[in-house]
Design a protein around this ligand. Structure first.
Ligand code: IMO
Ligand code: MG
Length: 425
């Protein structure tokens, strides 16, 4: 039996979807355990591009069972529309299971988030507006939460929704007197409709996963977001509202992390960040624009241009330690191919002090000045490389430097979006 996990070590968008897709044929079960339709995972094969937000990438492989586990916040409307869109692209989705413990995203979550973000003005977190944080907030607060399992107990669901909606309307009006209120009856009818459509998928996924472990099934945990967006360990408060580092697997699936025998950390060969919050290596110059264009660094979910900069080994190695990864996958190396020289941030200088620790307070991270190591570029097209030894020596040096600073062996290098544009060590 093999149990593996793929997690992002930066601020998300590390191209985790490609690594998950590459590995899924070795696994019978692929599990999403956190986040919701804020994730944007692009998978390309046979000339087609699939954009997934909520569905595990396993959905594209026949014979794989995809699991949306308890730690995910589920927007059932988004789930159904994503399933429809892959069907429209000619893919017959594999088996899909949805946890009855997962919390449900309702229209008032989006409404509340829109007002909260607007009211923060300059200090907005820059969320994806998918109701993720507001749904997790209700989960942790307990008193106004509704789980997938509740949708199948009509009397209980109706009564609960009535209470919650009454409360939410008070909050919405208090936050913004011009806010539109929401209607419990309309939401009830809408969500009963979704519940009926997904009823065949809803189950106790924890019990399913435990049985699968007992039966020695191979299992892959598909991370969303990245370690630096982790609610506990990331660059708080500019984070997402769940444990998006490797720490989230156990809580988000009910599978003890001790059974995982391979944790793969996915990193981009540079840094990107969407939304607010400090990003010490961000480049506000031509090189930043060049990386954005070459890497097509625009959000899959929101279309926002991503902030781009040099590889930050301080932040990434912290992500690797927190997530406990065994090895790393270096993605999008080809994006750097046209640059004369490259920089890698190996330390921060904060108020004249050098450190390789990621500051715990955002105000300190805002003052961090990157200390760079400069390495030569390779200035060659590397998209056709398929073996490590065929890389130009400067590219190998770059990969080795990343590995040295993150203190993990590199086991995959991606040099293009397609499945086969991958060097596996
Ligand atoms: P994938 O899975 C990059 C960011 C948002 C925002 C912050 C909080 O594609 O790597 P949220 O809507 O989650 O409350 O927003 O987190 N964010 C991501 N950034 N990739 C993601 O997912 C992200 N999911 C959330 O931009 O800064
Ligand atoms: Mg994304």
């Amino acid at each position: 039996m093999a149990v593996s996990a793929v997690v992002g070590l930066q601020w998300g968008d590390e191209a985790k979807g490609k690594i998950v897709d590459l590995l899924t044929d070795q696994f019978e079960i692929v599990v999403r355990y956190l986040g919701g339709n804020n994730a944007g995972h692009t998978v390309m094969f046979d000339g087609s591009t699939y954009k997934l937000s909520l569905l595990p990438a396993g959905i594209l492989r026949p014979g794989v069972t995809s699991v949306i586990a308890n730690g995910v916040v589920l927007n059932p409307k988004a789930l159904l529309s994503e399933l429809k869109s892959i069907k429209d692209q000619g893919v017959e989705p594999g088996n899909l299971l949805v946890s009855d413990r997962a919390h449900v995203i309702f229209p008032y979550h989006m409404a509340e988030e829109a007002i909260l973000e607007k009211n923060r003005g300059e200090k907005a977190i820059g969320t994806t507006m998918r109701g993720i944080g507001t749904c997790y907030r209700d989960k942790i607060g307990r008193t106004h939460a509704i789980r997938v399992g509740d949708l199948y107990r009509p009397d209980h669901f109706r009564e609960r929704l009535q209470e919650v909606v009454e409360y939410k309307n008070v909050i919405l009006k208090a936050l913004d007197p011009s806010a539109e209120t929401v209607c419990a009856d309309a939401i009830y009818d809408e969500y009963c409709g979704y519940a009926e459509q997904i009823s065949g998928m809803v189950t106790d996924t924890t019990a399913f996963l435990h049985r699968a472990l007992k039966d020695n099934k191979n299992m892959l945990f598909e991370g969303a977001q990245g370690s630096l967006l982790d609610i506990d360990h990331g660059t708080f408060p500019y984070v997402t509202s769940s444990n998006s580092s490797g720490c989230g697997i156990q809580a988000g699936s009910g599978v003890p992390s001790r059974v995982i025998d391979r944790m793969i950390g996915v990193v981009k060969s540079y840094t990107t960040r969407v939304g607010g919050g400090p990003c010490p290596t961000e480049l506000h110059c031509e090189i930043g624009n060049h990386i954005r264009t070459e890497g097509n660094e625009f959000g899959t979910v929101t279309g926002r241009p991503r902030r781009c900069g040099w590889f930050d080994a301080v932040a990434t190695s912290y992500g690797a330690r927190v997530s406990g990864v065994d090895c790393i996958a270096v993605m999008l190396l080809d994006v750097l191919s046209k640059l004369d020289e490259l920089k890698i941030c190996e330390a921060y200088e904060i108020d004249g002090e050098r450190t390789t620790d990621l500051p715990s307070q955002i105000q300190d991270l805002e003052r961090a000045k990157p200390v760079y190591r400069t390495v030569p570029g390779w200035k060659k097209d590397i998209t056709g490389v398929r073996r490590m030894e065929d890389f130009p020596k400067e590219a190998r040096q770059y990969i080795d430097t990343v590995s040295e600073l993150v203190e993990r062996p590199v086991e995959f290098v991606s040099i293009g979006p397609d499945r086969d544009q991958t060097v596996i060590l």
